[in-house]
Design a protein around this ligand. Sequence first.
Ligand code: TRP
Ligand code: SF4
Length: 362
Amino acid sequence: MIDPWASSELDYEKLVNQFGIKKFSEILKKVKNPSTLMKRGVIFGYRDFDKIAKLINDKQDFAVVTGMMPSGKMHIGHKMVVDQLKWYHEQGGYLSLSIADMEAYAARNISFSQGKEIAINEYLSNYIALGLDLTDENIYTYLQSEESTLNDFSYQLSKKVNLADMKAIYGFNNTTNIAHLYAPIIQVGDILLPQHENFGGPKNVVVPVGVDQDPHIRLTRDIAYKFREELGLISPASTYHRFITGLTGGKMSSSQPKTAIFLNDSPKEAEKKTKTAKTGGRESLQEQKELGGCPDRCVIYEMLVYHLIEDDKKLKEIYDECKSGELLCGHCKAMTAELMGEFFENLHTKKEESLEIAKTIL
Ligand code: TRP
Ligand code: SF4
């Protein structure tokens, strides 16, 4: 079972085999203008994405749904979702962005007023600073607790799921409070909301997520299927991205500050933290020169892949030079830290203005 509220290490291959998630590499060719994260295999899996690829290629309408639980600080791993949203927006998708304040209340004890404040100060302002134009008419951002169609719709959808299903999918038991029990139903509502008649009726939707969210995707697909005749709902497609590795080599987690670079860190801090990252270097300089490094197990290299180097050729050069032992970790780290610093400088110049815009969105 995958528990969406716990953090665990994941074996991506296994997920692809066991849960019916398909390999993204197998349909990459069908996407005319794939995003960087798609080309680099960061997005590794999908359900039904072939349908979405076709709509994108043919310039037809589709919607993209994601949600953010306003519970902590945004770290650099969260940027990945924003990058995907920017790409979909450029491809003509309609974006529906949920701020999961009801989930934060149910699962993390965050009050509704706290949730709204965190959403604006931390999430929306960073989304804007990272380049997603939330004022665009093709992007709808809402708080779960304030979206009445969502709440009515979720209630309607909940008719076709029972307690046994919820226990089997999420491991809920007799002490699970009802708000928590209901939180996944609200998320199902989020994902199907663009298909509600108030939002134009049935259409194809894609949900870009980390695999921890797959139980919600499966539940949503199942419920949509059960409502196919009554409401004409179409089961949503999904894509799955890898999680970014933390600075210490495990998971990057907001609740463990040593593992994460936060988007609100200063450029100096971000640079300093980058230098503490675990590398795929060898024990000694001698060994590194002889055997080469292991970029596939290097947090520094991962930062370059996910965030810091756009040019595929340049990236390949670094990979090859690392493997051949030509490139040494000290130099590579210094270069990466500098790029990280520049990235944060740029982000910080946009912060103030972004926050002002964020305050007008909800
Ligand atoms: N449960 C998600 C999280 O923990 C947030 C979320 C709410 C979401 N609604 C969603 C994600 C809809 C994808 C689609 O972060
Ligand atoms: Fe990582 Fe760079 Fe060292 Fe290679 S040279 S292991 S990419 S830090």
